[in-house]
Design a protein around this ligand. Sequence first.
Ligand SMILES: Cc1cc2nc3c(=O)[nH]c(=O)nc-3n(C[C@H](O)[C@H](O)[C@H](O)COP(=O)(O)O)c2cc1C
Length: 393
Amino acid sequence: MEELREDRPVDHVAALARARSPEPPGPDTPAGGPVRTWPGPMCPLPPAGPADLDLGALLRHSLAAADASGRLRPVPSAGALHPVDTELVVGAGCSLPPGRYGYDPLRHRVHPVGPQPEGTPPGVTAELSVTARRTASHYGHRAWPLLLLDTGHAAAALCLAARALGTGEPELRLDGLAEGPLAAVHIPPPGGRDGPAHRAGGRGQAHPDGGARAPDLPGGPPTPAELLARRSTPPPMPGVPSRDALRAVLTTAERAGTRDLRWCAAVGPPRPALVALSADGTTLRRHAAGEARPTLAVWAAGQAWIADAGAVLLAHGCPADADTAHIRRAHLRAGFAVHLAHVTALRHGLAARPVGSWQQADLGAALGAAPDRDWVVHGLALGTRHADEENTT
Ligand SMILES: Cc1cc2nc3c(=O)[nH]c(=O)nc-3n(C[C@H](O)[C@H](O)[C@H](O)COP(=O)(O)O)c2cc1C
């Protein structure tokens, strides 16, 4: 799949159809550099003034690599390949002077790359794009859905860091309308748009992208330590989560998703089933009876451990005739929502690991509905940490 290796624009409709097919990826290819090569000098992120948005802290709690190899980050990534690149459009009220900057997550430094556009609102807009080659180096033609999911996770990590640091209200652009950047998160300085830090820079200015408000994490904002501690639990992860925990995870996902996506969870014995939230969101209802996990393991690139996970949260939808914007939006939102669901699961003491590569995963057809209407888009494997915590549903 040459266009992936070379980072050319992609026909998402064809790319998704091929990623969903049983065709196996070829051998690994070179991933290229682990971060985008930004032009110009590299600058540290300076300490923040008392009323400023602390960009160093924001990035440290969302996208910065935690060790020199760059593999441990607050945000997960398919294959730990971290394809998301971040440009910061900085307005008034931030710990960097206004301008456009490229972010290097390995060195936790920025490269000034240009002036801020006219009308830049106070705070920062993180524009997210991808270097497809990194993910394609391992996943080949299966990479595009993963790239979009990864971008959604990165947007969620920025929103959670903003909440943990008490900035102004984050706003999201995950509408799937643009190829570049794929997504954007606008974060105002502390105190919101009308806070003291803004007054010099344009009080009450609307965000140019008209972004959507980022959903809250049920149970209150995360702590900075909680974000830095997040990891994907290594498999196996047996043990059916309690109904309360499953309900919390499903509620988080539903609130953070989009109308394009539906959510359910496959649970194991003693009463294996697909469960979903009731219409009023207060209880779990049975979406379908029967054991789905072995089929999910086959659909998820044959990852056998998924058959023994206590439960698997599934985002589904995105029919085969979805257009480019719909495909982008569904995958960006699924990544965003699974990230919040992951943090919620960890809060409930669960083991959790995103699962992003799905082939022939036509859930609707498997449940007897029309084919090609209801495909698995993303997943989160769940379990209890200790056998004695296992609970039945
Ligand atoms: C979009 C996405 C898809 C993923 N898919 C899988 C998967 O199919 N199987 C798996 O074991 N881990 C999967 N992961 C988890 C990554 O392997 C994990 O995030 C990465 O190794 C970094 O580890 P960490 O999350 O503990 O920081 C996925 C993560 C993301 C963000």
